[in-house]
Design a protein around this ligand. Structure first.
Ligand code: SF4
Ligand code: SF4
Length: 375
């Protein structure tokens, strides 16, 4: 079923590079972000537009491999390749990049990237349960505030931060509302459509505009009559971030007759955790961002809590765990995810791949066999 509000978002997204360019020409500052640990709220409080940067396509990887090792996660190589080639309009428009010391590959790649653009590196602690980690991370939030104040010649007060938190929380609620549409049986939107919407929603300079569009989709789709058609096995996707260009596995799952109803990864549900509004803003930001359940944390217990909740809420029939080649943290953690999912009595499949099409046929056979087993 086609929805006018879904088409509206897709069409509006096509204009984003131009909108960002025009905003910049009018003096708007742009802050480029790669990772879910970078607080968009601080960029917003500085009066800037936080923009997610490109890193999900294969075509920039060859350029990156002139500097970076071939045996490195495709997400890191793609991001760096876009930056070197100057082919990501959002990177080109960025006044500064905010980066984090998440995994080793990314952390070391950012040293090269800082030769291209001003870059602020946040030192992310990897033990989210330690009280010292929260104190340290709050100090890192403060250091980012000071850097943006200096770069943009502004001052960022508690009120600015509180307003930015409220806006970002509205965006999170809208994204959650969108993803929660797939709790319906059958899910009204395909996983590919959901992924496209989640991905494209990151490239809007104007948060109010994208929040309105997401809310419209939720209103239109939830009011539509439910179709009783059967949808095949309901798959929950966990693991690394995916986007348009790195959507191969989502497409293969759906082409094989299943439906991806939930994205646990940081393209999806991990984004939706709100920031507390009853605490000093920087403390609240530190607490919320440190709670992101990514595999670079140790131990990463929160991922299992989230998986547990999502398997239940989205009535998942199976879990597919996607890891990019050479992503040590997700690849090593996959063993624990397998145990966790199988203990719940659900089928589990781990797929390790990259952005190229080289293994598409092989993956197709594995995915079909996995889904076949469930009949
Ligand atoms: S998977 Fe983890 S390190 Fe990678 S972008 Fe997401 S939050 Fe950041
Ligand atoms: S997918 Fe893994 S290796 Fe790649 S950037 Fe994320 S954590 Fe690092």
């Amino acid at each position: 079923m086609a929805f006018a509000s879904v088409e509206r978002l897709k069409t509006a997204a096509e204009k984003n590079p131009l909108v960002v360019k025009e905003a910049k020409e009018k003096g708007k500052k742009i802050v480029g972000l790669y990772c879910l640990y970078s607080p968009a709220e601080i960029a917003l409080a500085a009066g800037a537009a936080p923009m997610v940067l490109c890193g999900t396509r294969n075509d920039s990887i060859a350029t990156a491999e002139e500097t970076l090792p071939r045996n490195l996660c495709p997400l890191i190589k793609s991001s760096y390749g876009f930056a070197v080639q100057g082919t990501c309009p959002y990177f080109s428009a960025s006044d500064i990049i905010v980066a984090d010391t998440t995994c080793d590959g990314k952390k070391k790649m950012f040293e090269y990237m800082s030769e291209i653009k001003p870059l602020h590196l946040l030192y992310l602690p990897h033990g989210p349960h330690l009280p010292e980690a929260r104190v340290f991370w709050a100090a890192e939030m403060r250091r980012l505030v000071e850097r943006l104040e200096k770069e943009f010649g502004v001052s960022i007060g508690e009120d600015d931060l509180a307003k930015a938190i409220a806006l970002a929380n509205r965006e999170r609620a809208a994204l959650k509302g969108l993803m929660d549409l797939s709790r319906q049986k059958p899910a009204p939107l395909s996983g590919m459509t959901m992924l496209e919407l989640l991905f494209k929603s990151g490239f809007f300079a104007d948060k109010e505009e994208i929040i309105d569009m997401l809310e419209e989709i939720v209103a239109e789709v939830s009011a539509a009559p439910q179709n009783g058609a059967s949808e095949g096995p309901r798959v929950l996707l966990t693991g690394v971030p995916v986007g348009m260009g790195s959507h191969k596995v989502v497409k293969l799952i759906e082409d094989a007759g299943a439906r991806v109803v939930a994205f646990e990864n940081c393209t999806g549900y991990k984004k939706t955790l709100p920031v507390a509004t009853d605490k000093p803003p920087l403390e609240a930001l530190a607490e919320r961002y440190l709670a992101t359940p990514c595999s670079i944390m140790s131990p990463n217990t929160a991922r299992f809590d989230l998986l547990d909740e999502m398997i239940r809420d989205f009535s998942a029939d199976a879990v597919v765990d996607l890891t990019w080649q050479a992503c040590h943290t997700y690849n090593v953690e996959a063993g624990k995810v397998r145990r966790f999912v199988q203990d719940k009595g659900l089928p589990y499949l781990q797929i390790e791949t990259d952005y190229s099409e080289a293994d598409t046929e092989q993956l197709k056979v594995r995915i079909e066999a996995f889904l076949e087993m469930m009949h």
